[in-house]
Design a binder for this molecule. Structure first.
Ligand code: S3P
Length: 172
Protein backbone atom coordinates (compact mmCIF):
# COMPACT_ATOMS: atom_id res chain seq x y z
CA UNK A 1 0.00 0.00 0.00
CA UNK A 2 1.23 3.49 -0.83
CA UNK A 3 2.22 5.61 2.13
CA UNK A 4 2.38 9.39 2.19
CA UNK A 5 5.81 10.77 1.43
CA UNK A 6 6.49 13.45 4.05
CA UNK A 7 9.51 15.70 3.67
CA UNK A 8 11.08 17.21 6.78
CA UNK A 9 14.07 19.49 7.24
CA UNK A 10 15.13 23.06 7.86
CA UNK A 11 13.71 26.00 5.92
CA UNK A 12 15.78 26.02 2.73
CA UNK A 13 16.23 22.25 2.66
CA UNK A 14 14.08 22.18 -0.48
CA UNK A 15 10.92 20.54 0.85
CA UNK A 16 8.56 22.45 -1.43
CA UNK A 17 10.70 22.45 -4.58
CA UNK A 18 11.63 18.78 -4.19
CA UNK A 19 8.13 17.77 -3.12
CA UNK A 20 6.61 19.27 -6.25
CA UNK A 21 9.05 17.33 -8.47
CA UNK A 22 8.54 14.08 -6.57
CA UNK A 23 4.76 14.41 -6.82
CA UNK A 24 4.97 15.02 -10.55
CA UNK A 25 7.12 11.92 -11.05
CA UNK A 26 4.89 9.73 -8.86
CA UNK A 27 1.71 11.24 -10.34
CA UNK A 28 0.62 11.98 -6.79
CA UNK A 29 -0.98 15.07 -5.23
CA UNK A 30 1.44 17.57 -3.70
CA UNK A 31 0.33 19.24 -0.49
CA UNK A 32 2.25 22.22 0.86
CA UNK A 33 1.11 22.75 4.44
CA UNK A 34 2.29 26.38 4.75
CA UNK A 35 0.17 27.14 1.73
CA UNK A 36 -2.85 25.32 3.18
CA UNK A 37 -2.45 27.31 6.41
CA UNK A 38 -2.12 30.70 4.72
CA UNK A 39 -5.06 29.99 2.40
CA UNK A 40 -7.24 28.96 5.32
CA UNK A 41 -6.22 31.96 7.43
CA UNK A 42 -6.29 34.39 4.52
CA UNK A 43 -3.02 35.78 5.88
CA UNK A 44 0.71 35.29 5.42
CA UNK A 45 2.82 33.16 7.78
CA UNK A 46 4.34 36.38 9.17
CA UNK A 47 0.90 37.90 9.78
CA UNK A 48 -0.32 34.71 11.50
CA UNK A 49 2.74 34.72 13.79
CA UNK A 50 2.16 38.42 14.56
CA UNK A 51 -1.52 37.94 15.34
CA UNK A 52 -1.71 34.49 16.95
CA UNK A 53 1.89 33.91 18.02
CA UNK A 54 3.90 30.80 17.20
CA UNK A 55 1.50 28.64 19.25
CA UNK A 56 -1.45 29.78 17.12
CA UNK A 57 0.46 29.07 13.93
CA UNK A 58 1.46 25.59 15.18
CA UNK A 59 -2.15 24.73 15.90
CA UNK A 60 -3.28 25.70 12.39
CA UNK A 61 -0.28 23.84 10.94
CA UNK A 62 -1.09 20.70 12.94
CA UNK A 63 -4.71 20.77 11.79
CA UNK A 64 -3.87 21.30 8.13
CA UNK A 65 -1.21 18.55 8.19
CA UNK A 66 -3.70 16.22 9.89
CA UNK A 67 -6.24 16.96 7.18
CA UNK A 68 -3.68 16.31 4.40
CA UNK A 69 -2.42 13.13 6.02
CA UNK A 70 -5.95 11.84 6.55
CA UNK A 71 -6.53 11.84 2.79
CA UNK A 72 -5.26 9.71 -0.11
CA UNK A 73 -1.52 9.01 -0.34
CA UNK A 74 0.29 12.21 -1.30
CA UNK A 75 3.61 13.98 -1.20
CA UNK A 76 3.43 16.34 1.77
CA UNK A 77 5.73 19.23 2.67
CA UNK A 78 5.04 20.68 6.10
CA UNK A 79 6.99 23.73 7.31
CA UNK A 80 10.35 23.08 8.97
CA UNK A 81 8.99 23.28 12.51
CA UNK A 82 6.13 20.82 12.14
CA UNK A 83 8.14 17.62 12.71
CA UNK A 84 9.52 18.95 15.99
CA UNK A 85 6.12 19.55 17.59
CA UNK A 86 5.27 16.78 20.07
CA UNK A 87 2.99 14.12 18.68
CA UNK A 88 3.09 15.11 15.01
CA UNK A 89 5.57 12.47 13.79
CA UNK A 90 4.15 9.81 16.09
CA UNK A 91 0.70 10.33 14.57
CA UNK A 92 1.92 9.33 11.10
CA UNK A 93 4.38 6.58 11.95
CA UNK A 94 2.34 3.94 10.09
CA UNK A 95 0.81 5.95 7.29
CA UNK A 96 3.87 7.84 6.02
CA UNK A 97 7.42 7.44 4.84
CA UNK A 98 9.25 10.40 6.37
CA UNK A 99 12.34 11.60 4.50
CA UNK A 100 14.76 14.07 6.06
CA UNK A 101 16.26 16.54 3.60
CA UNK A 102 19.44 17.14 5.57
CA UNK A 103 21.03 20.53 4.92
CA UNK A 104 23.88 22.49 6.45
CA UNK A 105 22.39 25.54 8.24
CA UNK A 106 24.57 28.05 6.35
CA UNK A 107 23.56 26.55 2.99
CA UNK A 108 19.91 26.46 4.05
CA UNK A 109 20.12 30.16 4.94
CA UNK A 110 21.76 31.04 1.61
CA UNK A 111 18.80 29.48 -0.18
CA UNK A 112 16.13 31.45 1.67
CA UNK A 113 17.97 34.70 2.42
CA UNK A 114 16.32 36.58 -0.46
CA UNK A 115 12.81 35.40 0.35
CA UNK A 116 11.88 36.79 3.78
CA UNK A 117 8.56 35.91 5.40
CA UNK A 118 10.03 33.50 7.96
CA UNK A 119 9.53 35.07 11.39
CA UNK A 120 11.71 32.54 13.22
CA UNK A 121 14.70 33.57 11.10
CA UNK A 122 14.43 37.26 11.78
CA UNK A 123 17.62 37.54 13.79
CA UNK A 124 20.76 39.65 13.72
CA UNK A 125 22.73 36.49 12.88
CA UNK A 126 20.35 34.34 10.82
CA UNK A 127 22.94 31.62 10.15
CA UNK A 128 23.46 31.19 13.89
CA UNK A 129 19.67 31.16 14.30
CA UNK A 130 19.36 28.47 11.62
CA UNK A 131 22.00 26.47 13.53
CA UNK A 132 19.97 26.85 16.71
CA UNK A 133 16.83 25.62 14.94
CA UNK A 134 18.80 22.62 13.68
CA UNK A 135 20.05 21.79 17.18
CA UNK A 136 16.54 22.06 18.60
CA UNK A 137 15.06 19.88 15.87
CA UNK A 138 17.71 17.37 14.89
CA UNK A 139 16.34 14.73 17.27
CA UNK A 140 12.97 14.92 15.50
CA UNK A 141 14.42 15.07 11.99
CA UNK A 142 16.52 11.98 12.74
CA UNK A 143 13.37 9.97 13.41
CA UNK A 144 12.86 10.00 9.63
CA UNK A 145 13.09 6.59 7.98
CA UNK A 146 15.47 7.92 5.32
CA UNK A 147 17.78 10.85 4.77
CA UNK A 148 19.05 12.66 1.67
CA UNK A 149 21.78 15.27 2.12
CA UNK A 150 20.93 18.20 -0.15
CA UNK A 151 24.02 20.38 0.35
CA UNK A 152 25.56 19.74 -3.06
CA UNK A 153 22.54 18.55 -5.02
CA UNK A 154 20.07 20.31 -7.29
CA UNK A 155 16.39 19.80 -6.36
CA UNK A 156 16.00 17.54 -9.39
CA UNK A 157 18.64 15.10 -8.10
CA UNK A 158 17.28 15.19 -4.56
CA UNK A 159 13.84 14.45 -6.03
CA UNK A 160 15.22 11.51 -8.02
CA UNK A 161 16.54 9.99 -4.78
CA UNK A 162 13.29 10.59 -2.93
CA UNK A 163 11.37 8.91 -5.76
CA UNK A 164 13.67 5.88 -5.43
CA UNK A 165 12.95 5.79 -1.69
CA UNK A 166 9.22 6.10 -2.32
CA UNK A 167 9.42 3.10 -4.66
CA UNK A 168 11.68 0.95 -2.47
CA UNK A 169 10.22 1.81 0.96
CA UNK A 170 6.95 3.68 0.51
CA UNK A 171 4.90 1.31 -1.62
CA UNK A 172 4.91 3.49 -4.78
C1 S3P B 1 9.03 27.44 9.97
C2 S3P B 1 9.27 27.17 8.64
C3 S3P B 1 8.46 27.75 7.55
C4 S3P B 1 7.09 28.17 8.06
C5 S3P B 1 7.22 29.02 9.28
C6 S3P B 1 7.92 28.31 10.43
C7 S3P B 1 9.90 26.81 10.98
O1 S3P B 1 8.33 26.78 6.49
O2 S3P B 1 6.31 27.03 8.37
O3 S3P B 1 7.93 30.20 8.94
O4 S3P B 1 9.51 26.76 12.16
O5 S3P B 1 10.99 26.32 10.60
P1 S3P B 1 9.58 26.33 5.55
O6 S3P B 1 10.32 25.25 6.28
O7 S3P B 1 8.91 25.83 4.33
O8 S3P B 1 10.39 27.53 5.34
Amino acid sequence: MKRHIVLVGLPGSGKSAVGRLVARELEAPFLDIDRAVTERAGASVAAIFAELGEAGFRELEREEAERALGGPAAVVAPGGGWAAQPGNLEAISKSALVVHLETDPAIAWQRVAQEGGRPLLEATDPIARMGELERERIGAYRQAAAVVNTDRLEPREVARRVVELARSMGGW
